[in-house]
Design a protein around this ligand. Structure first.
Ligand SMILES: Cc1cc2nc3c(=O)[nH]c(=O)nc-3n(C[C@H](O)[C@H](O)[C@H](O)COP(=O)(O)OP(=O)(O)OC[C@H]3O[C@@H](n4cnc5c(N)ncnc54)[C@H](O)[C@@H]3O)c2cc1C
Length: 345
């Protein structure tokens, strides 16, 4: 048998935004961490995310359960903490503006306000026809999701974490008593007393041979990239047609269904959009727990194994990574995670 490549307290499988956040927070709290990924940082669905951090507009799609909603309520505060800890974190505090034509204004939550057409026009000067009402959330943000993942990994390395990329994990290793002792990889075994599975849609297949059921389904969603004039869109705009935001002087991204309908909706919503053109289409498979709630916690069948998979993970990663590190290192039971346990299935 070949000797272990490295030996760690914690092996984190998956360097998407979830695994990167777990690795950063665990390393920062003093754990010896190895982060391992089959590919590059954020190269899974994280790369194709719209990456809205905050209240998710007027309507949540798909609707989140109470545990996810509670965790999401802390998302912007937790990103502000992370921004202070990790200088250069690529986050834009643009606020979000949401409306639905033909509907009446909803009840708003703390941090949200209903604004009139004049205020909507001031926030988005290129609107052809400002809506009668819109929900304005000044504290909402968007991130460069791969940039945040890379910054978390750099932060983890600064705290001593080892990072092994382009290294697929084939199995979780156990000792004779059934405790995790690491993982098998394409480059050989990796030892670790605790193994965190943060492999997104692949988590279920890695856990299944251990008799651990992780009911997460791949849920497709499409991200379009458009060439566009500078400053066409100022905030993060959410309507029945799209989630839309400017990501560079000459580019917009949209989470939406059809490229033609989205292009037509952009042109009919904004003045000066006649030359907007489609650059690319990417379909990402979102890891979607079947009951909509995060699946976070120890797998009771296999001591040492910990599961971390959730939807809207761009928003949730700072909060959950921090709480998971507390549980792994200090043995605490974090109340915000108790409704998320894998054992509920
Ligand atoms: C169009 C679209 C819009 C979205 N909009 C938002 C939004 O506005 N806000 C929001 O919060 N979320 C949004 N999401 C969802 C969000 O992108 C995901 O929840 C998040 O990226 C999931 O991160 P993850 O780390 O769990 O998964 P991933 O990014 O997929 O990471 C999993 C990693 O595990 C690795 N891996 C898998 N198997 C193995 C193995 N055997 N060995 C080693 N490594 C392995 C993969 O290579 C990958 O890097 C959107 C998604 C899409 C597609």
């Amino acid at each position: 048998m070949s000797s272990p490549l490295m030996s760690s307290d914690v092996v984190v499988v998956g360097a998407g935004i979830v695994g990167a956040s777990v690795a950063y927070h665990a390393a920062r709290a003093g754990a010896a961490v190895t982060l391992v990924d089959a590919g590059r940082p954020g190269g899974g669905v994280t790369a194709n995310s719209f990456a809205w951090v905050g209240s998710f507009g007027v309507l949540n799609s798909p609707p989140a359960g109470p545990a996810a909603t509670g965790l999401r309520a802390t998302a912007t505060d937790e990103y502000r903490r992370l921004e202070a800890e990790l200088p250069g974190l690529p986050i834009t505090w643009s606020g979000s503006l949401s409306w639905r034509a033909g509907e009446s204004a909803p009840d708003v939550q703390p941090g949200q306000e209903i604004v009139d057409a004049a205020t909507a026009a001031a926030l988005e000067p290129n609107l052809r026809q400002p809506p009668d009402w819109a929900v304005w959330v000044a504290g909402d943000a968007a991130v460069d999701p791969v940039g945040v993942t890379e910054r978390l990994i750099a932060g983890a390395r600064e705290h001593g974490a080892k990072v092994q990329l382009d290294t697929p994990v084939s199995a979780v290793r156990r000792d004779a008593e059934g405790r995790t002792v690491g993982v098998d990889t394409a480059a050989g075994p990796l030892a670790g007393a605790t193994v965190v599975l943060a492999a997104g849609v692949a988590t279920a297949a890695l856990a299944a041979p251990l008799g651990v059921r992780v009911p997460v389904e791949p849920s497709p969603a499409t991200l379009f990239r458009f060439r566009a004039p500078a400053a066409l869109v100022r905030t993060l705009v959410n309507t029945q047609d799209f989630d839309l935001r400017q990501v560079a002087d000459d580019q917009l991204i949209a989470a939406a269904d059809s490229p033609d309908q989205t292009l037509a909706a952009i042109r009919s919503t904004f003045r000066g959009a006649d030359d907007v053109e489609l650059l690319s289409t990417h379909v990402g498979q979102r890891p979607m727990p079947t009951d909509g709630e995060p699946i976070i916690g120890p797998a009771t069948e296999t001591p040492g194994l910990y599961i971390a998979v959730m939807h809207a993970a761009i928003a949730l990663a700072p909060t959950t990574g921090h709480l998971i590190a507390q549980e792994l290192l200090h043995g605490t039971i974090e109340p915000a995670l108790t409704a998320c346990r894998p054992s509920r299935f």
